[in-house]
Design a protein around this ligand. Structure first.
Ligand code: HEC
Ligand code: HEC
Ligand code: HEC
Ligand code: HEC
Ligand code: HEC
Ligand code: HEC
Length: 461
């Protein structure tokens, strides 16, 4: 009995080290998890903002005519042309000012069919080159064409395409470094425990030798643990209870994320690929989701929008494409568009029995939440990709962000309101009292939560 007590006294200090270390380990696991969860969104938002700032700066110095041309080009031509060398539906227009006479360009753009019919050799040649795909007559004036041509000649610096977000890579690195740190920590702590146990045994043995009693305490690390546990039942029970409830909290956390469909990626009835349209062919998101800029919803384009191009691109050249890892015939998929519209490509006539496509909705906020696209895209100057991810790389579209309340609120806390050049906010600032200005702008930035982005009623009906 006496011997054990002596041992117990000595082992007491080690016991506390044991528990302290295991506590540290659990803590570090928790911290690492939290870290991973938050790093992701903040970084992305910051880089997007930096890019946004660049774009604004770069265009601010540009000439009016070029800016005007840029707008006109995006609205009328971008769906079928790039200003580089690459072909979209029509040829890349880089160097067109040098290639063709202005008079020719005006005639072509306003009515290419007429120019071809007039027997113009250049017009016939380019028409032939593009497999007789006609360019529809463009409703633009001569002044508009001037502006467009000026823009093609000297596009603003910001046109060096900004669409592809590369920062995803760093984000992933971040979570994997956290994992390495964690594994490292576990190894170090394990090693520490091992050596502490070793010195404990040797000290205990020395003590026993001095007292002239045989050492009978536990020797291996496992035995030491068992010993410590059996001598501290109350404390261990408390730890187990804490861990159990900790687990329960995790479980509840899990329950709250049951409604979260991050990564949801349904196959669509027509195997429409954003990678091909928005990525390879560089069709602007707004060409198809035109209402994103000025209304609450972005909407899905009607099949008539598809027909602007697919009247001509029917896939009959036997091409295939990859969608969700499988290969499909382009012709078959495009025939589905014709079928839904009751369109006969031979006669180029529409019948009377169109049927809607049943696209499967990917994003679904609950009914009690109010969310508006124009508020974010136009007023807030947020890029589609900030919330929807690298859509131009997805063949099957997927839900990229969690769409939880936490996600909305964290972004509102971190994102600066785009006040520059926005008359509404400039006016608001000029009317603020000094005291209020200090409170809101004291930290040098005006974030969305400071203009009401955290008020329940702004987001909830
Ligand atoms: C629906 C698709 C479409 C739209 C929209 C469109 N084009 Fe075209 N464009 C074509 C195609 C296809 C050709 C290839 C020749 C043909 O149509 O016969 C072409 C050819 C051209 C050419 C001749 C290129 C050359 O090398 O000679 C010019 C110039 C041109 N387009 C300018 C424009 C401009 C400017 C706009 C916007 C105002 C515009 N296009 C809008 C489809 C389009
Ligand atoms: C050629 C037309 C076209 C272009 C260009 C286009 N989209 Fe789409 N988009 C569609 C169609 C059709 C659907 C419905 C089918 C699907 O989900 O894939 C869709 C669906 C979506 C959805 C999911 C909607 C839902 O159900 O919740 C998002 C988000 C989206 N697009 C974003 C973008 C972004 C961002 C871009 C630009 C990078 C873009 N789209 C470019 C046609 C287009
Ligand atoms: C601005 C022109 C344009 C518009 C608008 C357009 N497409 Fe396309 N589409 C293309 C081009 C270009 C290709 C690739 C053709 C090729 O590679 O030969 C293509 C390919 C396809 C394909 C086969 C590859 C893939 O993406 O799966 C499908 C299916 C398709 N489009 C469906 C649609 C639907 C549905 C719409 C309307 C929501 C639409 N397209 C609108 C230009 C367009
Ligand atoms: C990428 C960052 C970001 C995310 C994510 C985000 N917002 Fe916003 N939100 C903004 C910005 C920026 C504004 C300010 C727009 C402006 O200048 O009016 C804003 C403004 C708002 C406003 C208007 C606030 C006011 O006081 O007028 C509402 C409502 C809103 N957001 C709802 C939501 C909801 C709901 C979600 C989640 C489903 C969400 N937001 C997610 C950036 C974000
Ligand atoms: C601040 C975040 C944010 C930005 C920026 C954003 N979206 Fe969305 N988007 C959402 C949310 C949230 C939903 C789900 C809305 C719902 O279910 O009511 C959504 C839904 C959609 C849908 C499905 C149809 C609809 O309107 O509900 C499409 C298509 C879409 N977005 C396209 C775009 C395009 C294109 C852009 C850029 C012009 C864009 N989004 C920018 C957050 C964003
Ligand atoms: C920036 C927008 C925004 C603000 C501000 C906001 N919410 Fe929410 N809230 C959401 C979104 C989005 C959801 C849906 C989350 C989901 O489906 O996972 C939600 C869900 C909820 C739910 C349902 C529980 C759940 O997890 O689905 C409650 C309750 C709620 N919010 C209460 C509040 C209260 C109270 C406030 C004010 C203190 C508030 N919200 C402010 C966006 C917001």
């Amino acid at each position: 009995m006496n011997k054990i007590t002596t041992y117990k006294e000595k082992s007491n200090q080690f016991k506390s080290i044991f528990f302290f270390l295991s506590f540290l380990l659990f803590q570090s696991v928790g911290i690492a998890q939290n870290e991973e969860a938050t790093v992701d969104t903040t970084q992305k938002v910051e880089t997007e903002q930096a890019k946004e700032a660049e774009t604004i700066e770069a265009t601010a110095g540009g000439e009016d005519l070029i800016l005007q041309g840029e707008k006109l080009f995006k609205a009328n031509c971008k769906a079928c042309h790039s200003i580089g060398d690459n072909k979209v539906v029509g040829p890349g227009l880089k160097g067109i000012n040098e290639k063709r006479e202005k008079e020719w360009l005006i005639k072509w753009i306003t009515n290419s069919g007429e120019l071809i019919a007039s027997g113009d050799a250049d017009a016939q040649a380019i028409f032939d080159e593009y497999n007789n795909v006609p360019m529809p007559p463009q409703a633009v004036s001569v002044e508009d064409i001037d502006a467009i041509l000026a823009y093609i000649k000297t596009p603003p610096v910001s046109q060096q395409d900004v669409a592809t977000p590369t920062e995803e890579v760093t984000v992933e690195e971040d979570s994997s470094t956290m994992l390495y740190v964690l594994i490292g920590l576990i190894i170090i702590l394990g090693g520490l425990l091992f050596f502490i146990n070793k010195s404990r045994v040797s000290i205990a043995k020395q003590v026993a030798a001095k007292e002239g009693t045989p050492f009978n305490g536990p020797i291996s690390l496992l035995d030491a643990l068992k010993f410590t546990i059996s001598n501290n039942k109350g404390f261990v029970a408390a730890v187990v209870i804490v861990l159990f409830f900790g687990g329960l909290v995790d479980l509840m956390d899990g329950a709250f994320t049951i409604g979260v469909h991050q990564g949801y990626k349904p196959e669509q009835p027509i195997k429409f690929s954003h990678k091909i349209h928005a990525g390879d062919d560089k069709i602007d998101c707004n060409y198809c989701h035109s209402s994103a800029r000025h209304s609450k919803t972005s909407g899905i384009p009607s099949l008539n929008v598809c027909m602007n191009c697919h009247k001509f691109i029917d896939g009959s050249h036997g091409k295939t494409f990859v969608y969700n890892g499988e290969e499909y015939s382009m012709e078959e998929e495009i025939q589905k568009i014709y079928k839904h519209l009751d369109y006969d490509p031979k006669t180029q006539k529409y019948g009377d029995n169109p049927t809607p496509v049943k696209w499967i909705k990917v994003h679904n906020l609950p009914d009690h939440v109010y969310y508006s696209h124009s508020q974010h895209v136009t007023a807030g100057k947020q890029k589609c990709q900030t919330c929807h991810g690298p859509v131009e790389e997805m063949d099957v579209l997927e839900q990229y962000s969690p769409l939880t309340m936490k996600w909305c609120i964290e972004c509102h806390q971190e994102t600066k309101v785009a006040t520059e050049g926005n008359g509404y906010y400039e006016d608001m600032h000029s009317r603020m009292t000094d005291e209020y200005k200090e409170k809101v702008l004291g930290d040098g930035k005006l974030t969305v939560d400071e203009i009401g982005g955290w008020e329940c009623a702004k987001c909830h009906y």
